[in-house]
Design a protein around this ligand. Structure first.
Ligand code: FE2
Ligand code: FE2
Length: 174
């Protein structure tokens, strides 16, 4: 198999940075929720941290498979201020939408470089982003419905706490 083009390498390195930055943001959000006794949300966000790290390693492993060593970039501290659970999940959704754009850009480069193997590999990320956006959007919608209703918010927090690592197990198989 031919080596990855330098342009594609650069774009994948950038995406590795994006995934680690996402993980870092979710870790910051999780820690913030934990400090506020929003333990369910903290748990949900910690699962998200796991997922983002898995995305980064998936990219690193793929480059390795293609005979290229990943180049790591600096990761700035996550910029995040707590303004309530709804605002937090809205920020998470906006973040995922940004990530979707960067994944699509990466796929576009693989198409331009006529790297069919990379396109097949990247398809997993395209599909994953649909799930990422949907699951975050679902939480945003629940929180919008709950509004200022404290008992509804407690129920949502409990529900977020029930998130399992099942999705990660599926990812590991993929
Ligand atoms: Fe990701
Ligand atoms: Fe994500």
């Amino acid at each position: 198999m031919p080596q990855l083009s330098p342009r594609l390498c650069e774009a994948i390195n950038e995406q590795i940075k994006n995934e680690i930055s996402s993980a870092y943001l979710y870790l910051a959000m999780s820690t913030e929720c934990s400090a506020r006794s929003l333990n369910g949300a903290a748990h949900w966000l910690r699962r998200q941290w796991d997922e983002e790290l898995a995305h980064a390693t998936k990219l690193i492993d793929y480059m390795d498979e293609r005979g290229v060593k990943s180049e790591f970039q600096s990761i700035p501290a996550p910029e995040f201020k707590f303004e309530g659970l709804l605002a937090l999940f809205e920020q998470a959704l906006a973040h995922e939408q940004k990530v979707t754009l960067s994944i699509n850009g990466l796929m576009e480069k693989a198409i331009q470089e006529q790297d069919h193997a990379a396109q097949i590999f990247l398809q997993w990320f395209v599909t994953e982003q649909i799930e990422e956006e949907n699951s975050t959007e679902e939480v945003v919608e629940m929180l919008r419905l709950a509004g200022d209703d404290g008992s509804a918010l407690l129920i949502i927090d409990q529900r977020l706490g029930a998130r399992t690592a099942e999705a990660n197990a599926e990812e590991a198989e993929a």
